[in-house]
Write a protein that binds this ligand. Structure first.
Ligand code: ARG
Length: 580
């Protein structure tokens, strides 16, 4: 159910019949105020300009040809040529009844499902996941959930950084610890940060260690069994650390989704040969370089994209070119979405331009680098620990849960300790996720514990609480909400506002999916919860003097609100609870 799409179709037909050339934008939008109707068709102004006619007269012609009798009770022209559409209460009731009967709330699947490769999370395995990986992981995960909800085929790819020169140093250090009999999981790799720091210190200070480390890189890359074994041990432990974080965060990534940098090793020579054969890469001081005029600086100097180092070594860039080939040519992706920090924009521009020239990306594949801004501390600088270190993601999530536990501690409820623990987990993790997802993807934002854990304003706790409030109505009245089939009667303005909001879920998901922006869904759910509160104040439900048909109609609305909140939060990867 998508009112906007229905109106666009009808508006296009009416505009054609009114003599407006095809391709003119009907400009259908949701109205911003009830006096402007529920939706508007604003395309008359643009079309009139192109045709050099009077916009109000053209708007009248459009209305004369507009067949909206099945969905609207009134259309009117306003201002310079806006067309206001007032939807019919019966249309709203019937659409809501259909949504109430449907698991997916009448959100349709895409008529032409796409194959979408989504590259997200993708931490470097040399260290433990830190807060910088939060955004990629949760934004990617919610977009993936929404794509699947609409029926697209998603291939999750966790492009983990498991290759590169630092691994020589790490495995050389690991080898020594193992020789000393140090226990691997509980001591040596229990804390990857410390492990990395110790290895780096030896690399910088200890005589001979750096040479050994460099030698181990070469051996590793040429397939030496001993080095490979050490590397696998290290990678395996690091992946386990990430998996713990994924579980905590309630994200859908599993081990099967790992398509790490090393997976492309055997393709890299072929990629370089291809670039050389096509004269896309040329030798420059021993390295293989692609010069990109498209990204030239203001002095006209082309952008330099190194694809192979002078010693023959491959880089992050080479792997990303191989990934393009795999995703576009082998998997046949229609879209590739990559969720990475905005600071990597240039790299991905270079990758795309080079890959398109070389045929590593088909024209049919849309390559969508989807950058995000930085999470900042209250000082407006990138978020750090008090002593200026990087914050481990695992620690941040534990702190969120413990703060939520404190916050919920003095609430009166008949809940057991086990239930309280579970609720605190959902609230703490949900708060961190919603605070992040609700900001526009591309902007930086300031991380603030107090505001994200507040029960007021646009937060996860507010939405989770709203959900429990709706659900408590059914508990109080002892009604099975899944069996509600009453006729919905939209009489009050608060009911109408709520009804229309409920019917806009598909529109919101369309936007979220096309732009890869979960914040639109966050905003929608907050508006829905707020409209519900207004409705609840104005429209009594269980009071004695409420007629039973009115009561039953309102109960269906309540049920739809609960289901929409639960479904929407689930698409954000946020869990709900029946009570809190
Ligand atoms: N491992 C990289 C990082 O932590 C992100 C990788 C993103 N994906 C890619 N195809 N390069 O910055």
């Amino acid at each position: 159910m998508n009112i906007k799409t229905i109106l666009i179709e009808k508006a296009n037909a009416a505009m054609g019949a009114a003599g407006i050339p095809e391709g003119s934008n009907p400009a259908v939008t949701q109205s911003t105020r009830p006096q402007f109707g529920d939706y508007q068709i604003n395309g008359a102004m643009g079309a009139a300009k192109a045709l050099k006619t009077n916009p109000r007269e053209l708007a009248q012609k459009i209305i004369d040809n507009l067949d909206v009798s099945d969905i609207a009770e009134k259309t009117e022209i306003a201002g310079p040529g806006f067309i206001n559409i007032h939807l019919k209460p019966e249309f709203l009731s019937n659409s809501l009844a259909a949504a109430n009967q449907d698991q997916k709330l009448a959100v349709a699947e895409h008529s032409q499902p796409q194959k979408v490769v989504v590259d997200f999370s993708s931490p470097n395995l040399a260290k433990e996941m830190h807060v910088g990986h939060l955004r990629s992981t949760i934004i990617g995960d919610s977009v993936v959930r929404a794509l699947e909800f609409r029926g697209d085929t998603v291939v999750r790819q966790n492009h983990m950084g498991d290759w590169g020169t630092q691994f020589g140093m790490l495995i050389a250090h690991l080898e020594d610890l193992l020789n000393q009999g140090v226990d691997l999981e509980s001591v040596a790799l229990a804390d990857l940060e410390t492990f990395y720091r110790d290895a780096k210190k030896r690399f910088d200070d200890e005589e001979g260690f750096a040479d050994k480390a460099r030698n181990y890189v070469v051996k590793l890359q040429s397939g030496d069994a001993h080095c490979q074994k050490l590397w696998t041990l290290f990678i395996d432990t690091s992946v386990k650390h990430s998996e713990e974080v994924y579980q905590r965060l309630n994200v859908t990534l599993t081990r099967n989704d790992i398509m790490a940098e090393s997976a492309y090793n055997s393709e890299l020579n072929t990629i370089i040969s291809l670039l050389k054969d096509k004269n896309i890469a040329v030798e420059d001081q021993g390295a293989q370089v692609v010069f990109l005029d498209e990204l030239a600086n203001k002095d006209g100097e082309p952008s330099v994209f190194i694809v192979q180092k002078s010693g023959g070594g491959f880089l992050y860039a080479t792997t990303d070119l191989a990934a393009c080939d795999y995703r576009s040519n082998k998997l046949g992706a229609d879209r590739i979405l990559i969720f990475v920090d905005a600071r990597q924009s240039l790299h991905f521009n270079q990758v795309e331009l080079t890959a398109r020239k070389a045929g590593l990306l088909r024209d049919e594949t849309s390559y969508e680098f989807s950058p995000f801004g930085t999470m900042m501390g209250s000082d407006g600088k990138p978020f750090k620990t008090r002593t200026g270190g990087t914050v481990k993601l695992a620690d941040l999530l534990e702190e969120a849960i413990s703060r939520a536990t404190d916050k919920l501690a003095d609430r009166e409820s008949g809940l057991s300790d086990a239930e309280r623990t579970e609720i605190a987990r959902k609230v703490g993790i949900g708060a961190v996720k919603y605070a992040d997802l609700s900001k526009h993807r591309t902007s930086d934002y300031i991380f603030n514990w107090d505001s994200m854990l507040s029960f007021e304003g646009a937060t996860a706790p507010y939405l989770q609480y709203a959900y429990t409030r709706v659900r408590s109505i059914f508990r109080k009245a002892d009604i099975d909400s899944s069996a509600l089939t009453a006729t919905i009667n939209i009489a009050q303005p608060q009911e109408k506002a709520l009804a229309i909001k409920l019917l806009q879920l598909e529109e919101v998901l369309d936007l979220m999916i096309s732009e890869a922006t979960p914040h639109v869904l966050c905003g929608y759910l907050y508006e829905l919860a707020s409209l519900y509160m207004t409705f609840y104040e104005a429209c009594p439900i269980l009071k004695d003097d409420v007629a039973s048909d009115v009561r039953d109609s309102r109960l269906v609305l309540c049920n739809l609100v609960a289901n929409t909140l639960r479904t929407g939060l689930d698409l954000l990867g946020i869990e709900v609870m029946e009570q809190m």
